[in-house]
Write a protein that binds this ligand. Structure first.
Ligand code: ATP
Ligand code: MG
Length: 499
């Protein structure tokens, strides 16, 4: 690692009613990959936005290559060699990939500087993409890409500025495993060029794999900075939450009862799902494992009627249900927390209460008007149950930290009081402490006789919270394991069966 290129000290920043940063510091060297960790709402994104000129700090000092800086806009930060990949995607979906790459710095036609050279734009995009090993067509509209491809474009854009400091704010939360590997290669490349990298993530294994240094924040303050090799998952957790979490996966007392849901030979009309069958008992947590593209997401989407089904039958308590549409599935007592909730689940301009109650408005019908007091009461209860960090239940959702936004969407589905809860990556982007709360909540739901199906790519999580695990491979169920006898190796073996 080289010399210090960035030094942020004693940064303070508040918002109405919230002291987001109290005394935050971070030192970054050239060629260093520096993890910034902390619970949801700890102030990680805010600190980086203070660096990047999105927010103005109230006090504190930022030195870039020894010179004090105070960027008034992201533009200024970029010009000075600081780039950032944001936690939320903010792209012009109607424009092409190439246009998004060069937005704000469009290459001009020589001699006719008022004309944008689309030729140059395309060619430069191709050059960046090929250097990074991306196979995305620069000419297609942004909206035709998947969320994970959009994220890769965003990453490529940040890299294309040739910055000396790049901030990645939870870059892998919407990437496939293959794309995440590609990102790690890109990070290795940047590191070898001497770029300093700040990496924010809640994925412990990722952090310990690619980072040199870890800084932990809590409540807007710097807590600790250490070399990654001195740390373990347990030590990081302890620093983040400020106490020992003795059991990462809480135990459930009650055993599962009789059959609640049976799915027979369900396939997807337009998806990779070929044919899958499963049963779910009331009081049971069924884990769904599998690699990306194995059809695990498609399976629960087909059960929920979100994607068109080909064949197969679904029985709830022995009675056949059709679940042709999500609305019908919801009426039948199903709820689905989708994987892409950040892209399609949030009503940004509304407050927490509206976002939580929006799928349960019927409950609050009081003659013509809505029972707002009850809405507020329920919202507050859920905010407490899963520790949503916000000043009040009427706080705008867009001002919450990323992880807290996710919790709001989870609460929305819990409030519909489903009999079968389908969760796709329920703890993605959520910090360890809050993960624990969500596991407790899943346990409570199961113990009250509901059935829960959890898709997760985090194997320790699946092993820790499921009673039983089915493993998807190539659009089919490759096998089933009792959690008590399952291991990561056994799961991987099944996952490769038809892949
Ligand atoms: N624009 C804003 N207006 C009001 N409050 C805000 C705003 N941005 C952030 N906050 C508040 O500042 C605190 C820190 O939020 P921040 O987004 O920095 O957390 P984070 O550490 O990035 O969390 P996560 O892991 O969930 O992304 C939170 O309490 C959040 O609600
Ligand atoms: Mg954040």
């Amino acid at each position: 690692m080289g010399e210090v290129i960035l030094q942020m000290s004693k940064i303070r920043k508040s918002f109405p009613g919230v002291l987001a940063l109290d005394d935050a510091s971070l030192t970054l060297r050239a060629g260093e990959v520096h993890a910034l960790m902390g619970e949801n709402g700890a102030g990680k994104s805010t600190l980086m936005k203070c660096l990047f000129g999105v927010y103005r700090r109230e006090s504190g000092e930022i030195l870039l290559s020894g010179r004090e800086v105070s960027f008034k806009s992201p533009r200024e930060a970029l010009d000075a060699g600081v780039a950032m990949v944001h936690q939320e995607l903010n792209q012009a979906l109607k424009l092409t990939v190439a246009e998004n790459m060069w937005l704000g710095r469009l290459p001009r036609v020589r001699r006719l500087p008022f004309l944008v050279s689309s030729e140059k734009m395309r060619e430069r995009t191709r050059r960046v993409f090929s250097e990074l090993g991306l196979s995305i067509d620069p000419d297609v509209k942004m909206e035709s890409l998947s969320v994970s491809e959009r994220q890769m474009v965003e990453i490529a854009k940040a890299v294309s500025f040739d910055a000396s400091v790049i901030v990645f704010d939870e870059p892998t939360s919407s990437l496939t495993e293959g794309e995440a590997e590609k990102l790690f290669e890109i990070i290795r490349l940047l590191k070898s060029r001497g770029t300093g990298i700040i990496y924010i993530s809640h994925k412990m294994n990722e952090i310990l794999r690619i980072c040199d240094t870890v800084t932990v924040m809590r409540d807007g303050r710097h807590i600790e900075t250490r070399a990654a090799e001195e740390l373990s998952v347990e030590k990081i957790i302890k620093l983040m939450v400020g106490r020992d979490i003795t059991e990462r996966f809480p135990k459930r007392e009650k055993k599962p009862a009789g059959e609640l849901l049976r799915v027979e030979g369900i396939g997807g009309e337009y998806s990779r799902l070929k044919s899958a069958s499963l049963t779910l008992r009331s009081g049971e947590v069924l884990g769904v494992a599998g690699l990306d593209g194995s059809g695990r997401t498609e399976l629960i989407e087909a059960i929920f009627g979100l994607s068109k089904r080909r064949g197969g039958r679904i029985f709830l308590s022995g009675r056949e249900v059709m679940n042709r549409t999500p609305a019908e599935a919801k009426k039948n007592g199903f709820a689905l927390l989708t994987e892409e909730r950040r892209a399609d689940g949030i009503f940004g301009i509304r407050d927490i209460r509206d976002n939580i109650t929006i799928s349960s408005l019927k409950k609050y019908g009081k003659r013509i008007i809505l029972d707002e007091r009850q809405m507020s009461r329920d919202t507050k209860e859920y905010m407490k149950a899963i520790k949503i960090k916000a000043p009040t239940e009427r706080t705008k959702i867009s001002t919450l930290s990323g992880g807290n936004q996710q919790k709001v969407i989870l609460a929305r589905w819990l409030l519909t009081d489903p009999r079968v809860l389908l969760l796709d990556e329920p703890t993605r982007g959520i910090d360890v402490g809050a993960k624990h709360e969500i596991y407790l909540l899943i346990n409570r739901l199961a113990e009250s006789g509901r059935g829960v199906i959890v898709v997760s790519s985090e194997m320790p999580e699946l092993l820790g919270i499921s009673d039983r695990i089915i493993v998807m491979s190539g659009g089919r169920v490759a096998g089933e394991l009792l959690a008590s006898e399952a291991t990561q190796e056994k799961i991987m073996e099944l996952a490769a069966k038809y892949a």
